[in-house]
Design a protein around this ligand. Structure first.
Ligand SMILES: NC(=O)c1ccc[n+]([C@@H]2O[C@H](COP(=O)([O-])OP(=O)(O)OC[C@H]3O[C@@H](n4cnc5c(N)ncnc54)[C@H](OP(=O)(O)O)[C@@H]3O)[C@@H](O)[C@H]2O)c1
Length: 229
């Protein structure tokens, strides 16, 4: 992957992002470690014209693939799967767990035909094909803590969108945020990274690094109160 310029905690003109985002320490004893990877415009938008692509640069697209290697399961909201037309992951063995209440998903898409897709829905959601990997937890709304437990892995990568991330934050289930800030100023009503209805919840983090590629900044925040951290 293209080298980045490291600005903090020390200066390095050419740093390998693989080292910066290495998964050392991404474990916790009580539940899967949950990291999120998001890109935002410098004024806080997470989408332009309904997609995130306009906010990223090539380094961010490469980083998206690199961070994917850090978790066996990607957790993503159904609106993101529909908007971004999710395809199967190229990471061997990786699963893509899609959170949905409506089950309005294209089950004939490559994502589900590949066998990588897992539908994470509610106990009272509609019936789904028996050969489809499905997790049902909660009634009316997916119980995200129970869903994480059912995934039965050490690390889960959440790729958004904001609505899903907001719920992980308010349920105190987020451990790390890898945030790319791009130079676009978007305006409008696009949700911010963890945007959603009140009440809000504050997770205190520390800034692990700041890296840069051109006009994009790459920030990694890890929660301060990690058990054993
Ligand atoms: N900038 C970035 O890094 C980034 C990342 C991801 C997405 N995006 C953008 O964000 C937009 C989509 O994000 P979004 O916030 O609108 O939606 P989202 O979080 O991707 O998905 C929301 C949907 O997920 C399902 N869902 C979420 N929580 C649930 C729960 N507890 N129980 C049951 N179902 C649940 C529901 O699906 P159903 O409707 O099927 O019931 C809900 O409508 C797109 O424009 C996308 O391009 C940007």
């Amino acid at each position: 992957m293209t080298a980045m310029e490291l600005l903090a905690p020390r200066y390095e003109a050419d740093v390998d992002p693989a080292g910066l985002y290495a998964d050392a320490g991404r474990r916790r004893p009580d539940r899967p470690y949950v990291l999120a990877n998001m890109v935002a415009s410098c004024d806080g938008a997470t989408a332009f014209d309904g997609r995130a692509a306009g906010l990223a640069n090539q380094a961010d697209q490469e980083l998206f693939k690199l961070i994917r290697r850090s978790a066996p399961v990607v957790l993503v909201g159904a609106s993101t799967v529909r908007a971004e037309r999710y395809r199967p992951s190229t990471v061997p063995g990786q699963r893509i767990a899609v959170v949905t209440r409506s089950c309005d998903l294209d089950l004939s898409s490559d994502l589900f035909r590949s066998g990588q897709g897992i539908v994470v829905t509610t106990e009272d959601a509609e019936a789904l094909p028996l050969d489809l990997a499905t997790i049902r937890v909660g009634r009316g709304s997916v119980d995200l803590a129970a869903a994480l437990a059912a995934l039965d892995v050490t690390t889960v990568l959440c790729e958004g969108g904001p609505a899903l991330l907001h719920q992980l934050i308010t349920a105190d289930l987020l451990d790390e945020l890898c945030l790319t800030l791009g130079p676009a100023i978007v305006g409008g009503s696009s949700n911010r990274v963890g945007g959603g209805p009140d009440p809000a919840h504050l997770i205190d983090t520390h800034l692990v690094h700041v890296a840069r590629d051109g006009d994009h900044l790459f920030l990694r925040y890890v929660r301060k109160d990690l058990p054993g951290g």
